[in-house]
Design a protein around this ligand. Structure first.
Ligand code: DAH
Length: 341
């Protein structure tokens, strides 16, 4: 029996030594140490031994079991380590290879200017409105006191969708005045930025699509002084505390009286230079007191309420802010140009 145990020990240890996978090891454990395993089979024969022989043989069998268990565990660890090593080698990651570059964009310079303007008006209690670019002629013109036959309603100036001139692309953001008056409760303080469209050829200062910002305030007792105060506040916030403005009389069908606001040229201080085309002043916007006919047409009693409105071109403002000379650069979206801002 002693011989049997010794032979079993040698055979099993060498088998364990040459096992090369966790699965093979498990099979060996079952083969030798399992309930129906070879060592168990040998132990079952202990009953045949004499009482004197039994303890020594039992001791020997226990030693063999302990040795097999230890070697199985050691071999298992070695196999796991080798597998890990292999995995690490085959899955090497070269952290020095440059990654795929992710290019993060930034706001278009014109929208940065628009954000500044919105911020200023929000601070003064105005709401920002959005409205349709496809507009009824009635809203784009008629309700703004621009009657049939007015030159700006011509097919040569305006993009129409229907032969009866009923539907068009808005030529100005001023119809937002009408939308606001018809849908909001008084008092009203809004600005409405957005795209407008006119039949213009593209050049350094013209584009068939451009942006305007409409502004409007209606309440009891609103005067031209409020208009001037508000607009002066805005340009001083935009261009600095010392910005000088002037208001010139003008004509718009939907305001009475009407004016245009100029800002003194920041380049020459009003003397005249190429930036202001020798004028000393740069025109910024059109404005005025909302015509009583327009108020009444929108259901607001002009004897009780009064209001002012203005409209300005956003591109021109951005061009001036960033000292850009050509309008086309704003729309071409060449990232080499836009990245500078
Ligand atoms: N809508 C006018 C334009 O496109 C600009 C304008 C002038 C808007 C006077 C106004 C205003 O609100 O009061 O030329």
């Amino acid at each position: 029996m002693k011989e049997l145990l010794r032979e079993l020990k040698e055979r099993s240890l060498s088998a364990i030594e040459s096992a090369d996978s966790a699965q093979a090891l498990e099979e060996l454990r079952v083969k030798y140490l399992g309930k129906k395993g070879e060592l168990t089979a040998v132990l079952k024969q202990m009953g045949k031994l004499s009482a004197e022989e039994r303890p020594a043989m039992g001791q020997l069998a226990n030693d063999v079991r302990a040795q097999l268990e230890r070697r199985l565990a050691e071999r298992g660890e070695a196999i796991a380590a080798a597998a890990l090593e292999h995995k690490l080698k085959s899955e090497t990651l070269d952290v020095t290879i440059p990654g795929a570059e992710y290019r993060l964009g930034h706001r278009h310079p014109m929208y940065t200017v628009l954000d500044e303007i919105k911020e200023i008006f929000i601070g003064m209690g105005f709401d920002i409105l959005d409205g349709p670019e496809v507009e009824l002629g009635e809203y784009n013109f008629t309700k703004l006191n621009i009657d049939e036959g007015h030159p700006s309603r011509e097919w040569t100036d305006t993009f129409y969708f229907t032969p009866d001139s009923r539907v068009c692309l808005r030529t100005q953001t001023s119809p937002m005045q009408v939308h606001a008056m018809e849908t909001r409760t008084l008092p009203i303080r809004i600005i409405a930025p957005g795209r407008v469209y006119r039949k213009d050829e593209v050049d350094a200062t013209h584009s068939p699509m451009f942006h305007q910002i409409e502004g409007m305030a209606i309440d009891k007792g609103v005067t031209m002084a409020d208009l001037k105060g508000t607009l002066n506040t805005v340009v001083r916030r935009l261009y600095g505390e010392n910005t000088v403005t002037r208001f010139r009389p003008h004509h718009f069908p939907f305001t009475e009286p009407s004016c245009e606001m100029d800002v003194q040229c920041h380049k020459c201080g009003g003397v005249g230079c190429p930036t202001c085309k020798g004028e000393g002043w740069i025109e910024v916007l059109g404005a005025g007191m909302i015509h009583p006919k327009v108020l009444a047409g929108c259901g607001i009693d002009p004897d009780v309420y009064s209001g002012w409105a203005f409209g300005m071109g956003l591109e021109r403002l951005a061009l001036r802010s960033y000292k850009i000379s050509d309008l086309r650069l704003i729309f071409e979206n060449d990232t080499r140009f836009l990245e500078q801002f």
